[in-house]
Design a protein around this ligand. Structure first.
Ligand code: G3I
Length: 347
């Protein structure tokens, strides 16, 4: 028989580890809705199909989903002209069944390209035809079902200048304007977005993104929003005031904004102090979005630490999201909830 103190301690530890689900009115999605925002996350479709806890938490707390990989070029068009929508369809069906919006991610990016494309030799006209068919097949298929599309991502360099990419080399500098126009043709009601990292606050890259957006708007390219990804660490994160000012100047160009991919990587194992600082950072960035009426949504890049991309890409780092590997709510979750509750009560 175990001593009585042991049992008490064991029960206490178990109670700490298992967070009861939030009451319906207290979920992130309910509070965000009351505060005028959508609250989203990137979804690993395989996890959605195999992990019941993951699916339950997703539907309970979030009302906006972004396929983390399911709509990327190599997944959706692995062979030329052969489209595979199995994973994307599963997510869109799940979203519709649970009253969630979907972000389409991503049409023009220079990563996760299939070999036939990356290693093919195509002249500018053929490449334009390939990109146009790709964009119009995806956007057309989900017309009226995918509310926002990341038409282009990561097209600006650290120096603030347009980055040389697979697409700019192959098509020429007007590839971005063409991509937005083709997407608009395929679904005139979809909200079209440019999405990038490292340009959330002030600095050369933010200025470069702003300049590119101003140019596209001046050319009357159909672009509606800018996604600020917000992949940060405790040492390397923008100031909330700068994020707010950046959103405000983009709003003055007529553009909405979203925080699209927030995560805050920590050194593993994460200690309590780091988790508390992480929570503060989440709260500040959410506060910046709530302070700007044109900021329409806030998304994390993954639901729980179990499926985060960080440990694979940054060995020794992780614990970057609102829920831990066992789907338990972390300090950041409670801070985000508090910030949303306060914003909701002020409306
Ligand atoms: O699909 C293959 C699978 O068949 C294979 O068995 C497995 C073996 O490693 O690899 C699988 O592909 C991986 C894919 O994720 C799906 O798990 C790729 O190798 C891996 O590179 C890919 O990483 C994704 C990364 O984008 C690609 O650059 C991450 O999951 C995803 O979180 C990350 O997301 C990006 C956004 O799209 C854009 N913004 C930055 C963000 C973080 O990098």
């Amino acid at each position: 028989m175990q001593p009585r103190g042991f049992v008490t301690l064991a029960v206490f530890v178990a109670a700490l580890a298992v967070t009861p689900p939030a009451a319906a009115a207290e979920t992130l999605r309910a509070l965000a809705q009351a505060a005028g925002l959508r609250f989203g996350t990137a979804v690993d479709v395989k996890a959605l199909q195999t992990d019941a806890t993951y699916a339950r938490l997703l539907a309970h707390e979030f009302d906006l989903v972004t396929p983390e990989n399911a709509l990327k070029f190599s997944v959706v068009q692995p062979e030329r002209g052969h489209f595979d929508f199995t994973q994307a369809d599963a997510l869109v069906d799940f979203a519709e069944a649970h009253g969630m919006q979907v972000n389409g991610h991503v049409l023009v990016w220079d990563q996760q390209l299939p070999d036939w494309l990356a290693h093919g030799h195509f002249g500018p006209d053929e490449l334009k035809a390939i990109l146009r068919e790709h964009i119009q097949t995806l956007v057309g298929r989900y017309r009226g079902r995918i509310a926002t599309w990341d038409v282009a991502a990561e097209a600006v360099g650290e120096d603030g200048k347009p980055r040389e990419t697979f697409w700019s080399r192959g098509i020429g500098p007007d590839y971005l304007a063409l991509a937005f126009r083709w997407a608009h043709e395929a679904d005139p009601h979809a909200r079209l977005r440019y999405n990038d990292y490292g340009g959330e606050g002030d600095g050369i890259k933010s200025d470069g993104i702003y300049a590119l957006m101003a140019e596209l708007r001046q050319q009357q390219v159909p672009i509606d929003a800018v996604g600020l990804q917000m992949h940060v660490s405790l040492k390397d994160a923008p100031q909330a005031d700068d994020v707010r000012a950046n959103m405000a100047r983009l709003a003055a160009l007529g553009l909405q904004t979203d925080i699209t991919e927030m995560d805050v990587m920590l050194t593993l194992p994460a200690n309590r102090a780091a988790l508390v600082q992480q929570a503060k950072l989440y709260g500040e960035m959410l506060g910046a979005c709530l302070a700007v009426p044109q900021c329409r949504s806030f998304s994390t890049w993954g639901e729980s630490d179990r499926y985060s991309w960080i440990p694979e890409f940054f060995p020794g780092q992780g614990a970057a999201l609102l829920f831990d590997a066992d789907a338990g709510a972390k300090p950041a979750y409670f801070t985000v909830r508090r910030v949303l509750r306060r914003a909701a009560s002020r409306r």
